[in-house]
Design a protein around this ligand. Structure first.
Ligand SMILES: N[C@@H](CCC(=O)N[C@@H](CS)C(=O)NCC(=O)O)C(=O)O
Length: 219
């Protein structure tokens, strides 16, 4: 239920289940216990992005959220809104330093992990060959440079905690989960990942979450 219970409309989330960012928003909704509808939008359709979606998201990305007459895009804004507007377990730490750490990890995910580990490794090394396309070697090379740095940084930040920011699951974990899920499909990344025992323990906890299992991409 939304806080204040003035608006009981189900949030409508526009996107596709293969999308990393749509999955992050869905993980936040599920972890809060919020019932929502996922309305399919294929931004990679041959016919292009539908005008109705561009009206919702002028940059043509997914996800976009509608909650009653409140319209929102950008996953960072959506997940923080979901956390703050609804009852359920807090997904952001209350103290300033832990919250800053969570925001730092989200920035690392947006700025380095998504472009390099999802696009530079997973898409180039797994998706493109499946489609019969050759990987862009420059892109793979630069992703290979970022991968070990990302893992070292995440392993240091995680330390011996259960979750990225301490004892409780936060948006930092929910951001990383769908990105790492694609990256671990790449054998060389999986090997690097296995060198960090604490990340392996964290990954077991992530993959055991009902929300994670319930949001597996269908293809
Ligand atoms: N800054 C956006 C990024 C969203 C994003 O990149 N979504 C991807 C799907 S995972 C997308 O829409 N890609 C389509 C494209 O880049 O054309 C957010 O945080 O929501």
């Amino acid at each position: 239920m939304p806080k204040g219970a003035a608006d009981t409309d189900r949030p409508q989330l526009y996107g596709a289940d293969y999308s990393v960012y749509v999955r992050i928003a869905r993980l936040a909704l599920l972890e809060k216990g919020v019932a929502y509808n996922l309305l399919p939008i294929d931004i990679f359709a041959e016919s292009g992005i539908p005008d109705s979606h561009l009206a919702r998201h002028p940059f043509g990305k997914i996800p976009a959220l509608e909650h009653g007459d409140f319209h929102l895009y950008e996953t960072g804004a959506i997940t923080r809104y979901v956390d703050e507007a609804f009852d359920g377990p807090a997904l952001q730490p209350a103290d300033a330093k832990s919250r800053a750490r969570m925001n730092q990890i989200i920035s690392i995910a947006d700025g380095y992990i998504y472009p390099h580990l999802v696009w530079g490794l997973y898409v180039e090394c797994i998706e493109k060959p499946k489609r019969g396309e050759a990987p862009d070697e420059d892109r793979v090379e630069s992703a290979r440079g970022v991968a070990p740095i990302s893992l070292t940084v995440l392993a240091d930040l995680l330390s011996e905690h259960r979750w990225m920011c301490g004892d409780r699951l936060t948006l930092a974990d929910l951001y990383l989960a769908p990105m790492i899920d694609y990256a671990v499909e790449v054998p060389e990344f999986r090997e690097m990942f296995a060198e960090h025992r604490n990340l392996g323990d964290w990954w077991q906890r992530v993959t055991a979450l009902d929300s994670f299992r319930d949001t597996q991409p269908s293809s």
